[in-house]
Write a protein that binds this ligand. Structure first.
Ligand code: FAD
Length: 137
């Protein structure tokens, strides 16, 4: 028999955070999970060959809130991660999501921000004209 004030079912981010906050408010908390670990779907582990794996899918942590980083850092370390994505378009490597460099590299241009806006507006106008020409009798 376990004596507790609060029973939390699920030790993922939601359950674990709720349990911690309730415990810090002075209540006795018991957390259960049908899995053998905390962290829910965000849990990762190191396999037999020493490689970090994410059994439930890869998880990246994003926030601009210092207090969230500070809170989580009480319970976890961090694995640095760098995310660089390039698309290959006809053999040309360009940044994705699309930005000014993507446009300039793909079209051989050297536009500034205003120039890219004008270029995209011109593309939209051309596309609309072509669409109208196709749909008119
Ligand atoms: C493939 C994938 C990639 C993702 N990538 C990101 C990412 O990069 N960044 C990001 O911020 N978020 C990501 N997410 C979302 C993130 O996983 C969820 O927002 C987060 O895990 C939700 O936490 P949770 O505690 O609500 O639920 P969960 O993580 O699902 O935890 C619920 C827990 O409750 C347990 N449980 C459920 N029912 C019972 C029961 N009846 N009895 C006992 N235990 C029970 C489960 O075993 C589980 O451990 C991703 C999700 C997926 C699926």
């Amino acid at each position: 028999m376990i004596r507790t004030d609060v029973l939390v079912v699920g030790a993922g981010f939601s359950g674990a955070t709720a349990a911690r906050l309730v415990a810090e408010a002075g209540f006795r908390v018991h957390v259960i999970d049908r899995r053998a670990h905390v962290g829910g779907n965000a849990w990762d582990t190191v396999d037999a060959s020493g490689i970090r794996i994410h059994p439930y899918g890869p998880h990246l942590f994003h926030t601009d809130a210092e207090r969230i980083v500070a809170f989580l850092s009480r319970f976890t370390g961090w694995a640095p991660y760098e995310h660089r994505v390039l698309a290959s378009v006809d053999g040309i490597l360009v940044p994705v999501p699309i930005n000014r460099t993507t446009i300039n590299r793909l079209y051989g241009l050297d536009l500034d921000e205003a120039g890219v806006a004008a270029f995209l507006n011109a593309c939209v106008s051309t596309a609309i004209r072509k669409q109208r020409a196709r749909t008119s009798c």
